[in-house]
Design a protein around this ligand. Structure first.
Ligand code: SAH
Length: 340
């Protein structure tokens, strides 16, 4: 097994059971979450302990399979290869004065959103905690930078891989690991409400983004099959609970699809739904996926929608388009690769 997939407690237990001190476990934890690629690199650990560990465990970081750098804004998109040959997508962007990374949580996805490339071939498997973190460790090594912000908005539905996401969050936040603050981490979900309640109770104040994409259940169900199981009412209640527990503002993502959810009347229904919630709406003109026939809104339609929301007191921004020259939204690079 991959030793990086152990939680700090599991690692400590294992090391102590080997007759070593808890302090050794801490040293090993630090190494594992620093980006090493072999147990032999743990130079302050005795050779004999390193040999013993190598018998039980391996280390593997996702490998760069393809890398595209935008000439427009320096955004870097990676296709990373996992130990079993599966491929995932990871994107690094400039963010204020730091670097932000968009990471995947699963190989593929089973949510079936009609506009999304990640779900076209279904779910292959969950990523392990260390595979989720490995995207960050690999990008940092490859680019020689320290990542300061994480968005879990790549391939997959993070709350459909709940336990591994929680283990990842604990490790990435740990002061002996990368020490990235929860407030610098955003998790995006299509709205699995029971998991939103569970996440709120973890007392990890990460930012939550909800993929809303429509202001009524009927319109949402036409775009997102998952909406049949989770009504907007249920989602709004879960969001209120999340906000009460964490005091983190919730962002609502809204991909504008021409003729489906993008009229000024849709904006008015949306404003009513979000009224009084201190909500922030992130508008994204949909990225057309070849296999689907969704059409993105024009610049004017997009700003009209934004203005309509703002005139009704709802804070809304249009997402900056980064890396426009190196393929579109998350999931498309992998999909193109699978299609050959
Ligand atoms: N499964 C999670 C996170 C991954 S998707 C979720 O649903 O939130 C990250 C965001 O990109 C989601 O808001 C998703 O709906 C959106 N998205 C997916 N495909 C898109 C496309 N073609 N155009 C615009 N946004 C898209």
């Amino acid at each position: 097994m991959n030793i990086g997939d152990l939680t700090k407690e599991q690692l400590k237990e294992h090391i102590v059971n080997m007759g070593e001190s808890a302090f050794r476990a801490k040293q090993i934890f630090k190494w594992l979450h620093s980006g090493i690629e072999s147990i032999t690199e743990m130079t302050n650990i005795s050779l004999s302990l390193r040999e013993k560990l190598s018998k039980d465990f391996e280390i593997f970081l996702p490998e760069v399979y393809k890398k595209l750098t935008s000439k427009l804004d320096g955004t870097v998109k990676y296709l990373l290869k996992l130990s079993d040959g599966n491929i995932i997508e990871t994107v690094v962007m400039d963010y204020h004065h730091g670097k932000s990374i968009c990471i995947s949580s699963q190989v593929g996805c089973r949510m079936g959103c009609t506009f999304c490339a990640s779900t076209l071939k279904g779910l292959v498997r969950n990523l392990t905690p260390y595979e989720i973190e490995g995207q960050i460790l690999r990008a940092q090594k490859d680019l020689g930078v320290k990542i300061s912000n994480i968005v879990i908005m790549g391939i997959g539905e993070p709350l459909d891989n709940y336990d591994n996401i929680i283990a990842f969050l604990k490790n990435i936040n740990d002061e002996d690991g990368q020490g990235i603050g929860y407030r610098h981490i955003t998790l995006s979900t299509c709205g699995l409400t029971e998991k939103i309640y569970q996440l709120a109770d973890e007392m990890m104040p990460i930012n939550l983004a909800i993929s809303l994409h429509a202001p009524t259940d009927t319109a949402r169900q036409a775009l997102m099959p998952v909406a049949k199981a989770y009504s907007l009412d249920k989602i709004m209640d879960a969001c209120d609970y999340y906000f009460d527990k964490t005091h983190r503002r919730i962002t609502f993502e809204y991909a504008l699809v021409k003729g489906k959810n993008s009229s000024p009347a849709d904006a008015r229904v949306l404003a009513k739904l979000l009224h009084g919630k201190g909500a922030h709406v992130n508008l994204i003109p949909v990225n057309p996926v070849t296999e689907r026939n969704n059409i993105r809104t024009t610049k004017k339609e997009t700003t009209d929608f934004q203005k309509e929301l703002e005139s009704l007191g709802i804070n809304a921004t249009v997402r900056r388009e980064l890396g426009a020259d190196i393929s579109a939204s998350c999931g498309q690079l992998r999909n193109n690769e699978l299609n050959g």
